[in-house]
Design a binder for this molecule. Structure first.
Ligand SMILES: Cc1cc2nc3c(=O)[nH]c(=O)nc-3n(C[C@H](O)[C@H](O)[C@H](O)COP(=O)(O)OP(=O)(O)OC[C@H]3O[C@@H](n4cnc5c(N)ncnc54)[C@H](O)[C@@H]3O)c2cc1C
Length: 597
């Protein structure tokens, strides 16, 4: 295999203070032939194998879920992220992203795949001993073994470390006795292996591998859920389950590392998956809008419907740009850790995901909220039929909702985003201080009229630099005001997280479009140019609103006035004819009769 190219890449969270070049970002258009073949295989599998069975799966036919997992395993799709020595394919991270996106368009079944390949399998890969890896990973790669992850309990969800399940050393240190109750466990109905978190000696949060057939492991009934009805979700009771002491996963008292590090990759992949779901929902909605006639014309000819189509496509484009950009950052970081520091690919991947944990948390929120927007508008485009189970929009709508809840709720991920960035700044890992001071200085100096925008994206380039200042100004002043107590100011933290998410999407969409123009030319990219410009318009308004809410919550008098003036300056963007942009964007999808995959 050709050695991976080593690039100098941004550190996690550094997008806020540094610029990126279009040629350095990874975009979906950079897909290789090998990745394309892999993507095609996954797409065909979902279309030919999963979709024809979607009703059956949703009615609770878990045998079908299992059969399809095993078939996907035979094709290598469950082991794509595992090293070849354990029966995996060892593909690079970008290939994994393309695969996740395809599998994400398969609703309940996709959730089963994600839980199995992600939170179910990765703890063993990253923290297992050689014996544990050799025992479990080959079976997990082929799908002969199915995995589930038992973290949540009735009394501890977001506050996962407060778990009450306990593990006590017995039989002179030969075994642990596990007692406790886990809740909402995906794949529990058919899993062979449970990753279980329990407190050793009262407060040493620790991971264990527990075989599902161990004595006294009992399952609750299937949950009656709002959506993803075909995914198996039960309570799992550990009622005095004895496991050998070497079933401990990682170190005693270090279970939090397993739980949280695995979630970084889980959050990233959730974003790739939901984008696959969003594209599919957009695709069927556009097709329906072309078929359905009212007032003697197809409803896709109505501006109100075109608005929705344009907005769906634009939000997907921005989310996708941010997602694949991060995929490229993670892939490059893995390559640099392997080549420059001699790490194994597995160690490097874990470290790379931790490096970009800020982006992973942001993407989880961005992706799940894009999906919810898209499925909601899909239902609306279907009208009454959107409310009928005979049409695909209803299932897409129900199944989307869980994504804002699991892998850390979106509130928790927003808090993490801001908390992690500030922590990194305090540790000196990102220099926020100097850029924030420069913005403060700029606030009190006469700003002048600034540079006049030049070229296609002149206005967006200026806006982007200013948006970074808007976020730095707001976050910097809030951090100065509240210091450590900022984490208690949750409404303010949510405002800052929203600003960061929009900023990251703006920059990612712009870089992607610029990169595309460099290879295809402006004319061939008119659709992407329109989506980029449209995204900027709305994102800038949202950033302005969040900034205003945030600043007004802690500043007063002269400070308030100066900061609001600064915010106005930093979110200045000349009026754009969004009607024309939306018409153009929608026209493309309408003419393609679907989403332009
Ligand atoms: C279908 C499904 C499948 C799942 N699969 C799995 C699985 O396989 N394994 C597993 O271990 N778990 C799984 N979960 C559990 C899931 O991860 C939790 O539901 C989730 O973490 C939220 O925990 P909770 O339900 O206890 O909600 P809570 O933590 O009680 O949260 C309730 C609300 O309060 C908010 N909140 C909580 N704490 C804070 C805070 N500090 N600041 C601000 N807001 C806060 C939350 O954002 C949320 O809006 C699954 C859940 C579902 C519904």
């Amino acid at each position: 295999m050709v050695a991976e190219e080593i690039k100098k890449v941004l550190r996690g969270g550094e997008f806020l203070v540094k610029e990126s070049e279009a040629q350095d970002v990874f975009t979906p258009e950079d897909i290789s032939e090998e990745q394309e073949a892999f993507r095609e295989m996954a797409r065909e599998f979902v279309q030919k194998k999963v979709w024809p069975n979607v009703e059956k799966i949703d009615k609770g036919d878990h045998d079908k879920v299992v059969q399809l997992l095993e078939e996907a395993g035979e094709l290598g799709m469950l082991g794509s992220s595992l090293p070849e020595e354990y029966g995996g394919l060892g593909v690079n991270f970008n290939t994994e992203s393309f695969l996740s996106e395809e599998l994400g368009a398969s609703n309940s079944w996709g959730v089963a795949v994600a839980a199995h390949t992600g939170i179910g399998t990765l703890p063993i890969l990253y923290y297992g001993t050689e014996e544990q890896k050799a025992k479990y990973l080959p079976g997990l790669a082929t799908g002969q073994l199915k995995a589930a992850y038992c973290l949540t309990e009735p009394g501890s969800g977001s506050d996962a470390l407060a778990a009450k399940t306990k593990a006590t050393l017995v039989d002179d240190g030969a075994n642990y006795l596990i007692e406790g109750q886990k809740m909402w466990i995906t794949n529990s109905g058919f899993a062979d292996v449970f990753i279980v978190f329990a407190q050793v000696d009262g407060d040493k949060f620790t991971g264990f591998i527990v075989p599902a057939d161990a004595e006294n492991v009992n399952l609750g009934a299937e949950e009656d859920k709002l959506g993803i009805k075909g995914s198996s979700t039960r309570q799992v009771f550990f009622e005095g389950v004895k496991v050998p002491a070497d079933y401990v996963l990682g170190e005693i008292g270090k279970g939090h590392k397993i739980a949280f590090n695995v979630l970084n990759i889980g959050r990233y992949k959730l974003c790739a998956m939901v984008l696959g779901g969003a594209k599919r929902a957009c695709d069927v909605a556009v097709k329906y809008s072309n078929e359905r006639e009212q007032f003697k014309t197809s409803i896709s000819s109505f501006g109100a419907i075109q608005y929705k189509i344009a907005e769906m496509a634009t939000r997907i484009y921005a989310g996708e740009s941010a997602c694949y950009r991060t995929s490229g950052l993670i892939k490059d970081k893995i390559a640099s850790l392997v080549e420059a520091e001699g790490m194994s690919k597995t160690e490097a991947k874990l470290e790379a995901a931790e490096e970009y944990s800020v982006e992973c948390a942001m993407l989880k929120v961005i992706g799940s909220e894009v999906l919810d927007y898209v499925v909601d508008e899909a239902v609306q485009i279907y009208g009454g039929n959107g409310f009928s189970e005979e049409f695909p929009a209803a299932r897409a709508y129900r199944d989307a909702r869980i994504n804002r809840i699991f892998e850390g709720t979106n509130e928790i991920n927003r808090l993490l985003t801001v908390g992690m960035i500030l922590k990194r700044a305090m540790k000196g890992q990102i220099d926020l201080f100097n850029p924030a001071m420069a913005v403060q200085k700029e606030l009190t100096s006469f700003g002048g009229l600034g540079d006049a925008p030049e070229g296609l994206f002149g206005a967006e380039r200026i806006a982007l630099a200013n948006l970074k200042k808007a976020v730095l100004m707001t976050a910097g002043a809030a951090a100065q005001k509240y210091m450590q107590a900022l984490e208690k100011e949750q409404m303010l933290m949510m405002n800052i997280a929203d600003m960061l998410n929009d900023l990251f999407c703006c920059e990612s969409a712009l870089l992607r479009t610029e990169k595309m123009i460099a290879t295809k030319g402006e004319e061939a990219c008119s659709h992407e140019i329109a989506m980029t410009k449209l995204f900027f318009v709305d994102a800038i308004d949202r950033i302005n609103k969040s900034g205003k809410d945030a600043i007004a919550s802690f500043a007063e008098g002269d400070e308030l006035r100066v900061m609001l003036m600064g915010l106005k300056r930093f979110t200045k963007y000349d009026a754009v004819n969004t009607v024309t942009l939306r018409r153009e964007i929608a026209a493309k999808l309408i003419s393609l009769n679907g989403f332009a995959y």
